[in-house]
Design a protein. Structure first.
Length: 367
């Protein structure tokens, strides 16, 4: 794996005896102890993930807002300074090239976080479609680290490190200092838990990781992250969202802000929105020990093929097998029975409400 990129935390993962695997051109930890125990740590305490492989693009200049307004499914002019927004980046046909979070630093400067596997593609897409506009893209992916601290005790852990840390609302961020270096702390994540994502310079990342562990955070790999995001029914690019799936099919319409003159696919998405969808995303659960996997066929009770699985796993939080998939039979709804073809056998499943897991709301003390 010598040809793979390595994050600044690579030696830390080796020292912690993590199992390392290739992922989107990077050598990344898939697990440390076990995926099940790491999932439990995040749901009951807190876990940390090295997500430094994800892209980090600073987009700045007089036309930064205008350029992003052409590309993003959300309106950058309406984002407040210090706010982040989840969005999708679509191709000319309305298919999803990637999903990302965009943070607004000021009217002329944004931070865009694309997925690792799509970062190069997003860079080219932005450049190709905004080449007459005045802004720069500064890619700092290899110069910085990104750590996700997720779980119910995440705020307490950060307070131990930053005693004067102000309250950060969901999808908001602040810029502060750690060991004299700039640090960005955003209240975001990909696990369905309360948590934060922290961007900091490579040379202080190992020390910061170790401090998080000393304060009670469990080291977690990308295997647990995938199970946790599935429990929360969060879409994964390449599975629930692809370049042939549009945001309306993927149940992401709330992240699409239309009727923007500058948005390059405004008319395309308006046209798709006005038509009946050919398929819909569902969640399902399977009784017993069987686990559905991506591309397993979904059938109705008459053995007709009606779709396929996009993601599936055993849920350690819910103690059952769960999954997501697309079906063409829109008459089927929550509690409808379906079958999943697993290893040439039809396994009974039931459509269920998503997300499968929802974290408890934070308690507010009233004096």
């Amino acid at each position: 794996m010598d040809n793979l990129l390595k994050t600044s935390l690579h030696q830390t993962h080796i020292d912690s005896k993590a199992k390392l695997v290739p992922f989107a051109g990077w050598e990344m930890p898939i697990q440390y102890s076990s995926i099940l125990s790491e999932c439990k740590a995040v749901r009951t305490q807190s876990g940390i993930f090295d997500v430094s492989h994800m892209g980090r693009f600073y987009i700045s200049g007089n036309d930064a807002s205008l350029g992003l307004d052409k590309i993003l499914s959300v309106n950058p002019f309406m984002i407040e300074e210090g706010q982040g927004k989840y969005n999708v980046i679509c191709n000319q046909n309305g298919g999803i090239i990637d999903d990302a979070i965009v943070y607004k630093i000021n009217n002329n400067k944004f931070l865009l976080i694309p997925n690792a596997s799509n970062a190069d593609k997003i860079y080219e897409w932005v450049r190709e479609n905004t080449n007459n506009l005045d802004f720069n893209i500064n890619i700092v992916t290899k110069n910085t680290a990104m750590i996700a601290l997720q779980g119910p005790t995440s705020r307490a852990i950060l307070n131990n490190i930053f005693p004067d840390l102000p309250k950060i609302k969901r999808f908001r961020f602040i810029e502060t200092k750690y060991n004299g270096k700039n640090v960005t702390i955003a209240r975001t994540g990909y696990t369905g838990e309360n948590g934060f994502e922290i961007i900091l310079d490579n040379d202080i990342s190992q020390n910061f990781w170790e401090i998080l562990v000393k304060n009670g955070a469990t080291e977690c790999g990308l295997g647990a992250r995938d199970v946790l995001r599935l429990e929360a029914a969060l879409a994964l690019h390449g599975n629930e969202i692809t370049e042939i799936i549009n945001p309306f099919e993927a149940q992401l319409s709330r992240f699409v802000e239309l009727d923007r003159e500058n948005y390059m696919i405004n008319n395309t998405l308006n046209n798709i929105k006005s038509q009946e969808l050919s398929k819909k995303l569902i969640g399902f659960e399977i009784q017993g020990r069987n686990i559905a996997r991506s591309h397993n066929i979904i059938k109705d009770n008459n053995n007709n093929t009606i779709g396929e699985v996009t993601s599936g796993s055993y849920s350690p939080t819910l103690s059952k097998s769960i999954g997501l998939g697309y079906i063409s039979d829109k008459s089927l709804d929550i509690h409808s029975e379906i079958t999943i073809e697993i290893r040439s056998k039809n396994i009974l499943a039931k459509i269920t409400k998503i997300p499968f897991y929802k974290r408890k709301k934070e308690q507010v003390n009233v004096s």
